[in-house]
Design a protein around this ligand. Structure first.
Ligand code: SAH
Length: 368
């Protein structure tokens, strides 16, 4: 290895040394280290979310996003029999903006606001600090855990916006009528490169590939996310023991599709995901059909997936925007731009999907 990214960047050099010694690693292991290495991981060390940072998310675009989610949650709480306390658990809360907007909207339903007890599931120490600042004046208890399984028991409302997309993916490539894992190794010049595992996937690994993709043509790639499987299993157990609903919003197709969807973003621009780990957000699209399929198989009820645009419109996005425009006429153009970004089919409206998994027997949630 001479003059290349692997030696310029400390994290990359450490990862390259590990691969040299132990062999290629899964795409998911690469993602995990690139995002959460304690010293240089993309999320672990800084706050990358916002207009002037690396990428922007729906709650950062408009307060209406979190407010409507707050009212949606109040509806679910009502459907669950108005439990007090109710655990409001957010997965990957980023800058805490959505939670802040949820709490503002919750004030419209005082009994709901009074029942809330918040748990934030966050892996990044840097973002935890930002969240603590944002929610310092929250009118209810706020705690942190590092995994959903550690959140307090009891009736729960669980939300995750752009959380699932950064969970590690494993990729498998179809080769001579078998599936082989697509791993990250080192090319001749010392750069990270994809390689195909020599051994075909085990029966357990094959089981993770979405059923509709298993007969794909040679050369096609299928992705899976073991961490989502674990989350669904956890929700099934949790919502059997106590009422609950979970809402996930993310980017991805309605139906399972083949393809390598690993992507990296730095300063709002797409870059090579393997080029410089730790300096870019690495995500992959979320397979919503697979979530619905697995949720139902685990015994959960499922609403959606629907597009973000349709979901927000059904929850009254346009009315809320019109109300804000009436109260702040000088903000009219800005609010119209926000609505456009969240709902237009060429912006986030169609690409992003919304799905809810909830306890069987509970009334269906709104917006689907
Ligand atoms: N929901 C926020 C942030 C999205 S970015 C928003 O919409 O703006 C992804 C968030 O998930 C970050 O807070 C990141 O640190 C967190 N995250 C990613 N993987 C995680 C994991 N395995 N466990 C806990 N938090 C995680």
């Amino acid at each position: 290895m001479t003059d290349n990214t692997c030696v310029k960047n400390g994290l990359a050099a450490r990862m390259a040394a590990r691969i040299k010694a132990g062999g290629p690693i899964s795409a998911g292991a690469f993602m995990n280290e690139a995002l959460f290495d304690p010293r240089e991981g993309f999320y672990a060390t800084k706050d990358p979310i916002g207009a002037g940072e690396d990428f922007i998310t729906a709650p950062e675009i408009s307060q209406i996003f979190g407010e409507l989610t707050g009212l949606w949650l109040a509806g679910c709480w009502h459907n669950m029999g108005r439990p007090n306390p109710v655990r409001l658990i957010e997965l990957g809360p980023g800058r805490g903006t959505m939670m802040k907007d949820i709490l503002r909207a919750a004030r419209a339903v005082p009994e709901f606001a009074a029942a809330l007890d918040i748990t934030l599931v966050e892996a990044s120490p840097a973002l935890m600090t930002v969240q603590a600042g944002r929610l310092a004046d929250a009118p209810c208890p706020v705690g942190w855990v590092s995994a959903l399984e550690s959140a307090p028991k009891g009736p729960a409302l669980i939300i995750g916006n752009e959380f699932l997309d950064c969970l590690p993916v494993r990729q498998f490539v179809r080769h001579e009528e078998a599936w082989h894992e697509r791993l990250v190794g080192l090319g001749d010049d010392g750069h990270f490169d994809f390689v195909r595992s020599a051994a075909p996937a085990s029966a357990l690994e094959l089981d993770m590939i979405p059923p509709s993709l298993r007969d794909a043509k040679d050369g096609e790639i299928a992705e899976c996310r073991p961490a989502i499987d674990s989350i669904i299993d956890h929700l099934a157990i949790r919502f059997k023991a106590a009422p609950g609903a979970a809402l996930f919003i993310d980017y991805g197709p309605m139906n399972s599709e083949t393809g390598d969807t690993l992507q990296a973003i730095t300063a709002h621009k797409k870059v090579d995901p393997l080029a410089a780990p730790g300096t870019a957000d690495i995500t992959a699209r979320v397979d919503f059909a697979q979530i619905a399929h697995q949720g139902r198989a685990a015994g959960l009820a499922c609403a959606g997936p629907v597009t973000q645009g349709n979901w927000l419109k059904k929850l009254g996005l346009e009315y809320r925007a019109a109300d804000l425009m009436r109260k702040n006429p000088d903000q009219k153009a800005r609010l119209a731009r926000q609505v456009h970004r969240l709902t237009d089919r060429d912006e986030m409206g169609d690409l992003f999907k919304v799905i809810a998994l909830y306890g069987k027997g509970q009334p269906a949630p709104e917006g689907f």
